[in-house]
Write a protein that binds this ligand. Structure first.
Ligand code: ADP
Length: 312
């Protein structure tokens, strides 16, 4: 069973508007409210691939209950650590032909007690898990080394950890003795990790970037490059992965769908080629749907065949 971690899940509210009027009233009849947070997108896609998954993290209040209900409706097993504070709400206004304006709450501020209690909860769940994914940012009040600590606990039980985060918590995890087994930066996130100017069109530049001291010891680095596919390091082997041109409906969450594909294929001990083709297929399928963190698995085989993995 794959354990997915979402430390700061939210209710994601989306309002489509033809035009956003500033300093005025905007009315809408269409609204969608979903269980959000990168780790929950990962969970949905893993579930849609037919792999057993348990979602954990921290939730609280009525919003927390709403998130649990939504996960149960999607047949996703969950076991979150509960706190008294309310989980957060994030609002996205889709307007003026392709613009997206977001208002993101920062969410609960965790106490020392809550952090330690969560770590105990997580440690217990590790026993029943085969692999862990950790996605998204840390809640307020949590030291950036928290994910590094979670990686260490998982490794203590012999479980691999796929970490998809950015900023200080990623940097700290990369500097730690126990490295995550996989990271999945996009171009912008990778650029923040390296001291050299990145040129994604040049494989030598990408190889040099992934060989910098902080990155060279991470077993898997999957740099996702949107419509350009991905550039990947596994140990000392590099791959360029290309994908077909597709009809994109909503690219939000495609990185999370990619992580889900990586998790499922690594967990079932597939070859590098199958792992990367699976990841690109789930990423692409997510962009073809309106719903974030959602794939139509009936289309899987058709797109899987079109992904090209080349060792470089
Ligand atoms: P993130 O959402 O983390 O920024 P990317 O934008 O790199 O991640 O997307 C992850 C994966 O989703 C890509 O590697 C690719 O497989 C797929 N994808 C994303 N955008 C597109 C697109 N415009 N066309 C085709 N595939 C895409």
């Amino acid at each position: 069973m794959i354990l997915t971690v979402t430390m700061n899940p939210s209710i994601d509210v989306s309002y489509p508007l033809n035009h956003l009027k500033i300093d005025d009233v905007n009315r809408t009849t269409e609204v969608s409210k979903t269980a959000g947070g990168k780790g929950l997108n990962v969970s949905r896609v893993i579930q849609q691939l037919g792999t057993k998954i348990l979602a954990t993290g921290i939730i609280g209040g009525f919003f927390g209950q709403f998130i649990e209900t939504k996960l149960s409706e999607d047949h996703i097993e969950h076991n979150f650590y509960k706190i008294d504070q309310e989980s957060r709400e994030c609002i996205a206004i889709l307007h003026d032909g392709g613009n997206q304006t977001e208002i993101l709450e920062s969410g609960p501020v965790l106490s020392e007690e809550e952090k330690n209690a969560f770590l105990n909860h997580y440690n217990d769940l590790l026993a029943q898990s085969s692999l862990v994914t950790i996605s998204g940012s840390l809640p307020s009040g949590v030291n950036p080394n928290f994910y590094a600590l979670m990686v260490r606990l998982a490794h203590g039980k012999g479980k691999k950890v796929l970490l998809d985060t950015s900023g200080e918590s990623l940097k700290t995890a990369l500097l730690s003795q126990e490295k995550p087994d996989l990271i999945k930066p996009n171009e912008e996130e990778l650029q923040q990790l390296i001291p050299i100017e990145l040129n994604i069109h040049n494989p030598e530049s990408l190889k040099a970037a992934l060989s910098t001291p902080d990155l060279k010891d991470v077993e898997w680095i999957c740099v996702s490059l949107g419509k350009a596919g991905a550039f990947v390091k596994h140990g000392s082997t590099f791959y360029s992965v290309s994908i077909p041109a597709i009809n994109v409906v909503n690219p939000v969450g495609s990185g999370d769908a990619t992580l889900a594909g990586l998790a499922v294929a690594i967990d079932s001990h597939q070859s590098d080629e199958v792992i990367l083709k699976t990841a690109m297929t789930t990423g692409m399928l997510n962009t073809m749907e309106r719903q974030t963190g959602f794939i139509d698995s009936d289309k899987f085989d058709e797109y899987f065949k079109k992904v090209l993995v080349t060792q470089v």
